[in-house]
Design a protein around this ligand. Structure first.
Ligand code: PSU
Ligand code: MN
Length: 304
């Protein structure tokens, strides 16, 4: 492989010996969580995986090199530096300019998959934005998962997005969506959205079997595993509705658009919720990392 893409020694070793690996994104660290909690979270997600016997592969572009698996200094850099938010199309620019960027779900999935990683944990997926019928603002997370064979564990998409349209687009793109122990698609901070799912599974090994079947039958899409936050950990739904309406109005008033929308809304919501949304965000991300560890382990057991 070229020096543009570097797979860390622990990740390469784990992959070569069929030991479980889980990819982690860096935009959630650089743009999705406030400092200094973002650094603690990045370390904690890696530690959850290590404790489960799984090798963490945090993905980021540092000085033009796309890394699958960061060392401690790399993790510190994504948390501390003001880095560009990098989706797939930004990767060649960062490489050519020897610049750094924190990878979105799309860019993380792409790079991790190039390295041979099959399971990825994040907080929430990007999706179709509200008002997309006129703005065309749809995250490249969706189109990337249509062509990238990686299983992404998330708590669904944030209610700042158009959840119904996001699910429709995933259907059009032939990306399977499966609820983990739930038949209802979650809405990130809340256990449920109003949308039902066609498929649900009860165990990590169920997911691994679906991955194997998709390899045999599919054409290289990813799989979205929707892992709802347990009801006793969710954000209070009426508080959620109030803060959400306020955040959307603020983004509109400030004329925010394009890829700045998600970070703006997330920052606004953390502040306006007095930090409660942040605690829920961290809880659900931890849950997703734990489940991804189980799925990656089940996947290697299947192959081994
Ligand atoms: N949703 C979150 N937290 C995040 C993001 C989404 O709850 O940090 C980030 C992810 O990296 C995701 C990206 O891939 O935002 C989507 O941004 P955009 O809509 O610009 O593609
Ligand atoms: Mn966008």
């Amino acid at each position: 492989m070229s020096t543009t893409l570097v797979v860390s020694a622990p990740v390469a070793d784990a992959l070569a010996h069929n030991r479980p690996v889980v990819a982690l994104e860096s935009t959630i660290i650089s743009h999705g969580l406030p400092r200094p909690r973002n650094f603690e979270a990045a370390q904690e997600f890696e530690q959850i995986l290590l404790d489960a016997g799984v090798t963490p592969a945090t993905v980021a572009v540092l000085d033009g090199i796309a890394h699958v698996g960061l060392d401690a200094e790399g993790v510190r850099r994504i948390a501390d530096e003001d880095m560009a938010k990098a989706s797939v199309r930004d990767l060649p620019f960062l490489a050519a300019a020897a610049a750094s960027g924190a990878t979105t779900v799309a860019a993380t999935a792409h790079l991790a998959s190039l390295a041979g990683v099959r399971v990825f944990a994040t907080g929430g997926l990007g999706g179709v934005h509200r008002g997309a019928t006129s703005s065309f603002d749809e995250s490249a997370d969706l189109s990337t998962l249509a062509v990238t064979p990686i299983t992404v564990v998330s708590a669904g998409v944030k209610s700042v997005l158009d959840i119904a349209a996001t699910l429709e687009r995933l259907e059009t793109l032939s990306v399977p969506v499966v609820g983990y122990r739930s038949t209802v698609f979650p809405s990130f901070w809340l256990t449920e959205s109003e949308f039902e799912l066609d498929w649900s599974v009860e165990s990590a090994s169920d997911v691994a079997r679906i991955m194997a079947a998709q390899d045999a039958l599919g054409h290289g899409q990813g799989i979205v595993v929707a892992n709802p936050i347990p009801r006793d950990q969710q954000w209070d739904p009426s508080e959620h509705d109030r803060v959400l309406a306020e955040a959307l109005a603020a983004a509109d008033a400030a004329g925010i658009h394009g890829k700045a929308v998600t970070p703006f809304l997330l920052g606004y919501i953390v502040d306006a919720s007095g930090g409660r949304s942040l605690e829920v965000n961290l809880d659900l991300a931890r849950n997703n990392v734990r489940l991804a560890a189980e799925i990656a382990t089940a996947w290697t057991n299947l192959a081994g």
